[in-house]
Design a protein around this ligand. Structure first.
Ligand SMILES: C[S@@+](CC[C@H](N)C(=O)[O-])C[C@H]1O[C@@H](n2cnc3c(N)ncnc32)[C@H](O)[C@@H]1O
Length: 289
């Protein structure tokens, strides 16, 4: 699963999100994405959604990939809709893909975002893995509001900014299996902010080596970009490179209710999803107005 293969001039990882769909990191990421999309739809004016690392769009939790690691059982599998009225939007999307009482499918960020697109909104999805690109294309079907691109999402995204709508959410969700992702994700947001300063940017990160996250966070703090917040959920204590102990979202230009909502949710998520006494959260302003 972690081997590296070469395909023409692209360095392609064999990372497949299907092994991890619905884990605690997806739960945190998709809660934040849904809060931002919900806020964008409060105004009638159109918006654009960009997903630089879109994945396959929908994951079968009974398929061999998902059952091998069973990560969803430590994530979405531990949450019951009735206990989380404040996450009604998230659970109603899950219900659409799981009409019965059991959880069989987990929607990824593109299909979640599609639930919020109105007729005049647009989505731009980048996915480089050939199989996941084809699956994404199939899962989106022919929707005139959405473009699925088999391209590198970093330059691809920059080439599209700013969109005509001048409003939007940009999700950057690399797997970080290639270590240059840490550098590239920051540099891309830094450049993108110069082209499209009013967008909300959401950058997902895994806590595998705390030092790398501290470096990423300090780049954002020192970038000159204003209005940056960070939300992090750790299910165990930091483990010095032995697997993912936590995951976080760095959000530029967050909607104003996000900090309060996440500050209320995160302690409860720690209780529900924490795996040892080292579990914890961060909900903080990295850079103010
Ligand atoms: C963490 S997964 C995405 C999950 C998805 N955003 C979600 O929340 O459902 C990262 C995806 O990025 C793809 N990928 C890796 N490098 C990429 C690049 N430079 N441009 C576009 N896609 C890339 C991988 O194939 C993988 O499917």
């Amino acid at each position: 699963m972690r081997s590296i293969t070469f395909n023409q001039d692209h360095l392609l990882l064999s990372y497949r999100h299907s092994y991890h769909a619905g884990n605690f990191a997806d739960v945190l990421k998709h809660i934040v994405v849904i809060e931002i999309l919900g806020y964008l739809t409060r105004k009638d004016s159109p918006f654009d959604y960009f997903d630089s690392h879109a994945g396959a769009g929908l994951y079968d939790l009974g398929a061999e990939h998902a059952t091998r690691l069973q990560e969803y059982t430590e994530g979405i599998g531990k949450l019951n809709a009735k206990d989380w009225p404040e996450l009604a939007g998230y659970f109603s999307i899950l219900k659409q893909y799981n009409p019965g009482s059991d959880l069989h499918y987990y929607p990824g960020s593109p299909l979640i975002a599609m639930q919020y697109l109105r007729k005049r909104d647009r989505a731009w999805l980048f996915e480089m893995h050939p199989t996941d690109h084809d699956l994404l294309q199939r899962n989106i079907a022919a929707d005139p509001r959405v473009r699925v691109m088999h391209e590198d999402g970093y330059p691809g995204l920059l080439a599209l900014l700013p969109p005509l709508s001048r409003r939007g959410l940009i999700l950057l969700d690399p797997s970080y299996e290639i270590k240059t992702d840490y550098k590239q994700v920051f540099e891309t947001v830094n450049l993108a902010c110069k082209k499209f300063a009013t967008a909300t940017y959401a950058v997902w990160y895994p806590v595998v080596e705390r030092k790398r996250i501290d470096q990423l966070v300090s780049k954002f703090r020192n970038s000159g970009i204003k209005k940056i917040q960070r939300y992090e959920l750790s299910v165990t204590a930091d483990s010095r490179g032995r697997g993912m102990s936590g995951a976080g979202m760095i959000v530029v230009n967050p909607p104003w209710p996000l900090l309060e909502k996440m500050s209320r949710l995160l302690p409860r998520l720690v209780k529900a999803l924490g795996q040892d006494e080292g579990a914890g959260f961060k909900s903080e302003v990295l850079v103010g107005e």
